[in-house]
Design a binder for this molecule. Structure first.
Ligand SMILES: [Zn+2]
Length: 362
């Protein structure tokens, strides 16, 4: 990240010299301890300040196009540069995203469509940048790699390990695991860990498992698989995957905000009318501004021909509607077989077990 901003840091080489000297000539993944002197601490602070200064560049040139560089890890999303109601390009190392605005709507879930719709308010120009080039956003999104969950009491865990039967079975079974005992400072309590992956992973007794999953899952409420992977990177026990899946299933915030199952209702099957004026749709519009005492409209549409007719009515009482429909429509086109309404008040009343009662009067 320092390197990315080096052109904006005055005397960058001079400030970073002490830190460079510490790692000079060392190989990648060199395990030798670094002598962390007072001067080195000072240099590190100066570097941090210089980058803070450098990242606060001058106000942007309003003539040029801005870019937003984004990256996400298991726990964080990071973006650099600021955009204030301006046209800009989004750079991401997540290649499928670059096609997000070019694909057909059928491929995306309604939820994704809503997200895309929100993003499109700002920009639809998404381009690919490889993770290696995406230095700054990448560095920000990796902040979780620096810290480990601090809510876990490793000394307590080490004590609980002494009467953990599962640990004995794990050690006895000739598996791929490589056990190593680490003594915890300052009391030198032994903690049994697995080192087969190159990372020290403590074997977790039952009592600590939920806390651990909770700490890791709560960072971003990732799905069961991602949670299990994140836990598995740092800890180990036999039913780890199953426990993570269970935990994610019961997590209240996840249940509240995630859609785990999409219900798609089948398309309705509507039979088509076969004769003219056999099936009529009725609806009442209003109240409208009065005209010659009329405040409502009765709409009637024949399904077969789509012929619409509108009749003015004084009120929306069932009797008025029925009378109007009789004189306006039935007297001209005959009695329909089916009437479809939206079941409004006027149609629900006693009179509108239509047409039997009403039209028996005529
Ligand atoms: Zn959750």
């Amino acid at each position: 990240m320092l390197n990315f901003y080096r052109r904006f840091i005055p005397n960058a080489a001079e400030i970073q010299r002490i830190l460079y000297d510490l790692v000079k000539g060392k190989k990648e993944r060199d395990k030798t301890t670094i002598e962390w002197s007072e001067a080195a601490v000072q240099a590190f602070q100066t570097c941090k300040n210089s980058i803070a200064q450098a990242a606060l560049l001058a106000p942007p040139n309003s003539e040029t196009k801005l870019s937003l560089v984004v990256d996400a890890s298991n726990t964080d999303i990071a973006g650099t540069h600021f955009l204030d109601g301006r046209d800009f390009i989004i750079y991401t190392d997540h290649k499928p995203l670059t096609f997000a605005f070019k694909q057909t709507g059928e491929k995306t879930s309604p939820r994704q469509q809503r997200h895309l719709e929100f993003i499109s308010q700002f920009s639809t120009d998404i381009r690919y940048i490889s993770g290696i080039q995406n230095t700054v956003a990448d560095a920000f999104s990796r902040i979780d790699e620096i810290g480990i969950p601090s809510e876990i009491d490793y000394e307590e865990m080490a004590r609980a390990q002494t009467d953990d039967e599962e640990l004995l079975t794990l050690q006895a079974a000739n598996s791929y695991l490589v056990f190593k005992t680490i003594s915890l400072e300052p009391h030198g309590i032994p903690l049994h860990c697995d080192v087969s992956t190159g990372i020290v992973r403590p074997c977790v007794p039952k009592a600590f498992r939920t806390t651990i999953i909770n700490v890791i899952h709560s960072l971003s409420h990732s799905g069961a698989k991602a949670t299990a992977n994140a836990v598995n990177q740092r800890f180990i026990w036999t039913s780890l995957k199953k426990d993570c899946t269970e935990f994610c299933k019961w997590c209240i915030p996840c249940q509240k905000s995630k859609v785990s199952r999409h219900v798609k209702s089948p398309k309705g099957d509507f039979s088509l009318p076969s004769a003219i004026f056999s099936h009529i749709h009725l609806d009442v519009v209003g109240p409208l501004p009065p005209s010659k005492g009329y405040r409502y409209c009765l709409k009637a549409v024949d399904r077969f021909t789509r012929r619409p007719e509108v009749f003015p009515v004084i009120d929306e009482k069932a009797k008025t509607i029925a009378d109007t429909f009789y004189s306006g429509w039935i007297s001209r086109f005959g009695v329909p077989e089916v009437i479809t309404t939206d079941q409004g008040r006027n149609f629900e009343s006693d009179l509108f077990p239509f047409p039997c009662q009403i039209f028996s009067h005529y």
